[in-house]
Design a protein around this ligand. Structure first.
Ligand SMILES: NCCCN[C@H]1CC[C@H](NCCCN)CC1
Length: 290
C-alpha cells in the first residue's frame, strides 16, 4: 500500500524508492528501528533505521562479493571472523569453503538475527552450518579480546557510519582487525559508494595504508537497491605472504570442491572478481594517491 523511500542525510537530495505490498514486521531493538516489508518487485526487504540493508532479489551481489573477494584471494582460509552481518548472508557464503574450520560472527543486534531467521530463511541459512559460532555484542570489544594472529580472514559487514556501526569505520577498529589477523591475513569491509562518499573512502584508504602493510585495494560492485546503485569494499592484507586480490588463487566458482548446499553462486565469478578492482578515473585518482 504505497512506497518506501530511503531518505537519509548520508545521501542528500536523492532517495531510492520501492513499492510496498505489505509490512511484515516493525520493531525497535536496543540499537535501531527494524522493518521488514514485502516489496512489489524485489522480494522481502530488511530496513534498519530507514536504510535498506538487503532485498531478496539483489542481496546475492553484496553477500557473494564481500565474502569471495577476500576468501578467493588466499589459499586455505581456516578461521574466519564476521563483524556485523547478523542477517546470515555472509555466513552462507563463507561456509562454501571446505577449508574453513571455524566461523565466528559478532553481531550487536539480536533482533537482526531473529528477524532474518524468521523472514529471510534463504539468507539466514548461513547459521545452520555447525562451524558457525554466534556472539551477540559489540565488534569493537570482541576484537579487543581476540588473541593476536587468530584469523585468516575478517569480514566487516557493517551498516553505515551513522548509528551502531560508526566505530567500525574508525582507525582504532582497523588496528584491532590487523592485530587479530595472521601474517598475510585478509580483511574485507563494507566501504560505501564512490558516487556518494569519496571523502569517507579517502579517509578509510588513508587509515588502511597506515595500518595494513600488505596490499590495500578498493573494489566495487552493483547493488541496485543501495543508494547510487553501487557499493564498495576495502580489501587489505597484513604484512606476510603477499596477497594479490586482483587475481583469485582459490576460485570458488571453478570446481565442485566447494560446498553447494546453499545453492549456486548467482553473482560472483572470477572475471567479475578481477573487474571489481577497475575504478573510474575520479575514484582511482583519490584511492591510488592515498
Ligand atoms: N549483509 C547485508 C548488510 C548490508 N550492509 C550495509 C547496509 C547499508 C548499506 N548502505 C549503503 C549506503 C551507500 N553506500 C551498505 C551495506
Amino acid at each position: 500500500p504505497g512506497w518506501f523511500s530511503e531518505i537519509s542525510p548520508m545521501w542528500p537530495g536523492e532517495a531510492h524508492s520501492l513499492k510496498v505490498e505489505k509490512i511484515l514486521f516493525q520493531g525497535k531493538s536496543d540499537y535501531q528501528n527494524v522493518i521488514v516489508f514485502q516489496s512489489a518487485t524485489y522480494g522481502k526487504v530488511l530496513v534498519l533505521d530507514g536504510v535498506i540493508q538487503l532485498t531478496e532479489r539483489d542481496e546475492c551481489a553484496y553477500q557473494e562479493m564481500i565474502a569471495h573477494l577476500p576468501l578467493s584471494s588466499i589459499p586455505n582460509p581456516r578461521k574466519v571472523l564476521v563483524i556485523g552481518g547478523g542477517d546470515g548472508g555472509v555466513l552462507r557464503e563463507v561456509s562454501r569453503y571446505a577449508s574453513v574450520e571455524k566461523i565466528d560472527i559478532c553481531e550487536i543486534d539480536k533482533m537482526v538475527v531473529d528477524v532474518s531467521k524468521q523472514y529471510f530463511p534463504n539468507v539466514a541459512v548461513g547459521y545452520d552450518d555447525p562451524r558457525v559460532s554466534l556472539h551477540i555484542g559489540d565488534g569493537v570489544a570482541f576484537l579487543k579480546a581476540v588473541p593476536e594472529g587468530t584469523y585468516d580472514a575478517v569480514i566487516v559487514d557493517s551498516s553505515d557510519p551513522i548509528g551502531p556501526a560508526q566505530e567500525l569505520f574508525e582507525k582504532p577498529f582497523f588496528q584491532s582487525v590487523a592485530k587479530a589477523l595472521r601474517p598475510g591475513g585478509v580483511v574485507c569491509t563494507q566501504a560505501e559508494s564512490i558516487w556518494l562518499h569519496m571523502h569517507i573512502i579517502e579517509e578509510i584508504v588513508s587509515n588502511c595504508r597506515q595500518i595494513f602493510k600488505g596490499s590495500v585495494n578498493y573494489a566495487w560492485t552493483t547493488v541496485p537497491t543501495y543508494p547510487s546503485g553501487v557499493i564498495g569494499f576495502m580489501l587489505c592484507s597484513t604484512e606476510g605472504p603477499p596477497v594479490d586480490f586482483k587475481h583469485p588463487i582459490n576460485p570458488i566458482d571453478a570446481d565442485d570442491s566447494h560446498v553447494k548446499t546453499n545453492g549456486p553462486l548467482k553473482f560472483y565469478n572470477s572475471e567479475i572478481h578481477s573487474a571489481a578492482f577497475c575504478l573510474p578515473s575520479f575514484a582511482r585518482k583519490v584511492i591510488d594517491s592515498k
